[in-house]
Design a protein around this ligand. Structure first.
Ligand code: NDP
Length: 309
């Protein structure tokens, strides 16, 4: 009866140690070390190598160690008939909110442009922008988007959100479904994508969508690279329809050195850093689900197979 951790980044030891620190009695292994695969009941995964999950014949469920589960559905060999859980965590949400708000203020006060001007010894004051001048639209009013919307309201931003099912959130104008997308976009000056990556949302950030935003709109993609059509955003940045974009996620990570985003003066990039699962905050919920599985109770934060998130 054990947990296996399958991930390809440099955080394997941190996750193994974090679980052992709280639950020394539960055997936990890196998938790279010697272990009895028949004993493994839970796979805690993050961008695992495709095909690795088939080695575990007695898995009871798959746990994503992040909010997203797109990479599990992208693995054609993953046993997706099993329950899949994901992380819903206050720290993950508040970290994301802090990041997005930092990006929005940087845009409002032209901080990226002033840095470029400083490098060129250029004294050039630009139009002054205030919070009250902007409506922020959030695509995805889930665990993270909702926290962001509340924080934005506290700062005084006009805030609206779009989701699959209609929401009622105090102080936030809400839109739902394809039929309300155009109205949402036409009144959004700063667009934040916080959607899960599914069959329906892949490529949603495309030319058609950008052209429905007001001229001069700013786009922030902190969800997944697969939401964005790279050539389309470059086109609307170059023709002036969008004033800029902040990107944290990419089709390929790390992004290839020759990608045009790197050199584009209207693209502001971070390396998938907007919000990262913190083991201290997340491991207790992983272990809570392990206990629930052992005692036959329903698992928390289950993913809907039909919706894909
Ligand atoms: P949730 O599942 O809680 O929320 C998803 C939201 O998107 C819901 O409001 C849902 O609508 C809405 N949605 C889904 N599909 C559609 C659709 N087709 N049309 C309209 N709305 C849709 O996710 P989280 O808030 O926890 O996380 C969102 C994403 O953020 C993650 O999937 C992950 O990819 C990304 N992320 C990125 C990080 C980073 O560092 N860059 C860190 C953490 C997360 P409804 O409420 O009606 O179901």
């Amino acid at each position: 009866m054990s947990i296996v951790i399958i991930r390809q980044d440099d955080k394997m030891d941190v996750w193994v140690a974090a679980i052992k620190a709280i639950a020394p009695d539960i055997p936990v292994y890196s998938y790279l070390e010697e272990h009895d695969k028949e004993e493994v009941e839970v796979a805690l995964v993050w961008k695992h190598p495709n095909g690795t999950l088939v080695a575990y014949p007695n898995l009871k469920y798959i746990a994503s160690s992040g909010a997203g589960v797109d990479f599990i559905f992208e693995d054609a060999d993953a046993p997706t008939h099993l329950p899949i859980t994901r992380v819903v965590d206050t720290m993950l949400a508040s970290d994301m909110s802090e990041y997005v708000i930092a990006v929005i203020f940087s845009h409002l006060k032209h901080l990226n442009q002033y840095k470029i001007n400083q490098i060129n010894s250029l004294w050039k004051p630009m139009d002054y922008h205030r919070i009250a001048d902007f409506t922020v639209g959030i695509m995805g009013l889930g665990a993270i988007g909702t926290v962001l919307s509340k924080d934005l309201i506290r700062f005084g931003f006009k805030t609206q959100g779009w989701s699959l099912s209609k929401k009622s959130l105090k102080g936030i104008k809400t839109y739902a479904g394809q039929e309300e997308l155009t109205n949402f976009l036409s009144t959004t000056q700063i667009l934040v994508c916080l959607l899960p990556l599914t069959h329906t949302t892949t490529g949603i950030l495309n030319k058609d969508l950008f052209e429905q935003l007001p001229i001069g709109a700013y786009v922030i993609n902190v969800a997944r690279g697969g939401h964005l059509v790279d050539e389309d955003i470059l086109q609307v940045l170059d023709n002036g329809h969008l004033s800029g974009a902040a990107l944290d996620v990419y089709h390929q990570e790390p992004l290839s050195k020759d990608h045009p985003f790197w050199q584009h003066d209207k693209v502001h990039m971070t390396p998938h850093y907007a919000s990262v699962s913190d083991t201290q905050s997340v491991v207790p919920q992983i272990l809570e689900n392990y206990k629930r599985m052992k005692s036959g109770k329903p698992l928390l934060n289950l993913v809907s197979k039909s919706k894909g998130y």
